[in-house]
Design a protein around this ligand. Structure first.
Ligand code: M6R
Length: 607
């Protein structure tokens, strides 16, 4: 996720671009840049770091000109450095691009260009697009862009300017968002509405597979095949604050709704339908085959992803997996051996407990694999291998899309290791891959039940205590559901394996106490149902999270939160969605500060 901005009009472009990028900083903030064209020459200013660094560089020295493009980056390919910041140019400097998305086949394209004598100034996937456009240009910028993107696989919103075709911006969209703001004698281009809302409320949405050309004479929208598209602009009613949250009341809700896209990004270019997994630069064949033990270390929600990961990895790989809180691991003398794999999971890559535990693992000779969302974070720099979750910035303190994408990354690892160790048949791998590839769509389906979840949340929002139960993978999800509820609604909650209730906690279950049971694991279905009956017999209000074709569950639960059926081993991301919504709506009912709950910080960088 990155933020893109463009401007054609009578005003100096630089301040308009900078202001727009500020409103898009929630999409990425590890580097930023602008390119401004004047009298057929283009000046690029860019810098690693937050937008303020770019603002400092532009202060008193902004390039003059009233046509320009800008970018705020959330790194996916290449660290956040000055060189990797957008805009990127072709070798002549005549073609300048900014890009949001991922070009999956960029290695191949880059190798081909290098073989033809191209030299690259950055490590990004984006730069290949600038080079390709330069190669293809033959007097028509739109035609060159069309031919170049025809060769690119992946997701993009790509915005292009050229000294050879001045006073013009050409942009294309495939999956990554792009909108055009229609002002009075001026036109804006952006990844999202907040960037342009202070200038105009008339917005044209660019759809997948469309190209937009902006000149001083106006805007042309067409398909990639060159057919004109006639679309009426929308009139946006949101205020600026609402617009920054995509129209949602809170960032948390926005991020919950971003999960289908986030999952698609985690999977993009990494998983084939036959189950073949390619994980960026991670190359572990011999290592994976000889692996004796895996450790997972993390805190909070990331730890819960690790608990689910243990179930998945042990089931599929038949290798022992230890999951240890990072703040516990660091003060132990853990039996980590050289040759073990330690997976450290951290959204931010800056949680100090996780960093210290990860260093300890490396000192003991383990190979350290980081699952993180932030390119260039401390964890990503220190790890031997990194698997990025590509969820985009997570603003709300309560982690949602980071969790789902961490789970997804663990599934990818499990499939990859399973194949490398020869413990999974190709049929099993392909069957799981098919289901995994369907997760983004199913997540969207699960979100469709939000209204019902909100009703149930209202029903439990006055509770003193809520209990979450489940068995196996369902227990891992119960832990995350409980954490979500307590951190934002301030209702005390506990999670436990369903079988553990009768060993003590059942004493606390009485009239009206809500018990949320996650019931997706078919091999223990009857056992989970027995636990629901036990608590119901004591007056509990029972809420089940179950597959949408599970009719039997209606007999035992007072409320059923539905998710689409998938392979049981893949149910965790889907089952988490209603629990996130349950927490959100319970907190909303309580009138709490949902995005910034009391006493908590987004990233815990102190011990
Ligand atoms: O950035 P990290 O993933 O390392 O953060 C770990 C925890 O602090 C974090 O998941 C925390 O538990 C969340 N607030 C939970 O929603």
């Amino acid at each position: 996720m990155c933020g893109i901005m463009g401007y054609v009009g009578p005003r100096p472009a630089a301040p308009v671009l900078l202001e727009g990028l500020r409103r898009l900083e929630y999409r990425g903030y590890d580097s930023a840049g602008i390119a401004v064209e004047r009298d057929g020459s283009i000046e690029v200013v860019k810098a690693a770091g937050k937008l303020d660094r770019l603002a400092e560089l532009l202060d008193g020295a902004a390039p003059a000109g009233s046509v320009g493009i800008g970018h705020t980056r959330w790194a996916t390919h290449g660290r956040p450095t000055d060189a990797n910041a957008h805009p990127h140019c072709d070798p002549t400097g005549d073609f300048v691009v900014v890009h949001n998305g991922i070009i999956e086949n960029f290695y191949d394209l880059r190798e081909e260009l290098v073989a033809n004598g191209h030299e690259f100034a950055s490590e990004t996937d984006t730069e290949v697009l600038a080079h390709l456009i330069g190669e293809e240009y033959d007097g028509d910028l739109a035609a060159a862009v069309r031919t170049a993107v025809d060769r690119a696989q992946g997701a993009y919103a790509l915005v292009v300017m050229s000294t050879r075709d001045p006073d013009k911006i050409v942009a294309v969209r495939m999956i990554s968002p792009l909108v055009v703001g229609l002002g009075d004698g001026e036109t804006f281009l952006a990844s999202d509405i907040p960037a342009i809302i202070e200038h105009t409320r008339e917005v044209l949405i660019v759809e997948d597979g469309e190209m937009v050309t902006i000149t001083r004479d106006g805007v042309t929208l067409e398909t990639m095949a060159g057919e004109a598209v006639d679309r009426d602009p929308l009139v946006v009613e949101w205020d600026v604050a609402q617009a920054e949250r995509g129209g949602f009341q809170h960032f948390m809700l926005k991020e919950i709704h971003e999960q289908p896209t986030a999952l698609a990004e985690t999977l993009r270019g990494r998983l084939q339908v036959d189950g073949k997994v390619s994980l960026d630069a991670i190359d572990l064949p011999g290592f994976a085959a000889g692996l004796q033990r895996i450790w997972i270390t993390a805190c909070g929600t990331a730890y819960h992803a690790g608990v689910a990961g243990k179930e998945v990895l042990e089931t599929l790989l038949r290798v022992p997996v230890d999951v240890v809180y990072a703040h516990e691991l660091r003060y132990r003398d853990p039996l980590i051996q050289p040759g073990d794999l330690v997976i450290a999971i951290s959204q931010s890559g800056e949680t100090v407990d996780t960093l210290v535990a990860a260093r300890l693992a490396q000192d003991k000779g383990a190979r350290l694999l980081a699952i993180t969302n932030v390119v260039g974070s401390t964890l990503s720099r220190e790890a031997d291998d990194v698997l990025y979750t590509r969820a985009g910035p997570e603003i709300a303190v309560a982690s949602t899309k980071a969790y789902l994408t961490q789970l997804c990354a663990l599934y990818l690892l499990a499939l990859r290791f399973g194949s490398e160790r020869g413990v999974l048949s190709s049929g099993r791998v392909a069957a799981l891959a098919e289901r995994l590839l369907d997760l983004p769509r199913q997540a969207e389906q699960a979100l469709g039940n939000a209204e019902h979840v909100a009703e149930v949340a209202r029903r439990i929002s006055n509770a003193q205590d809520v209990y979450f139960i489940g068995r196996g993978l369902d227990h891992a999800v119960a832990m995350e559901g409980s954490l979500k509820l307590k951190e934002i609604s301030y209702i005390h909650s506990e999670a436990m394996p369903a079988g553990e209730l009768k060993h003590g906690t059942l004493a606390l279950i009485g009239e009206g106490v809500p018990v949320v049971a996650i019931v997706t694991q078919q091999h223990v279905y009857d056992k989970s149902v027995s636990a629901i009956q036990e608590v119901r017999a004591r007056g509990a209000v029972t809420v089940a999270v179950a597959y949408d074709d599970d009719e039997e569950i209606e007999r035992y639960a007072d409320e059923v939160l539905r998710i689409p059926r998938t392979a049981d081993l893949l149910s965790a991301p889907l089952a988490a969605i209603p629990l996130q919504l349950l927490a959100y709506y319970a907190a909303l009912e309580g009138g709490h500060d949902i995005d910034q709950p009391r006493n908590l910080a987004k990233s815990v960088t102190v011990e």
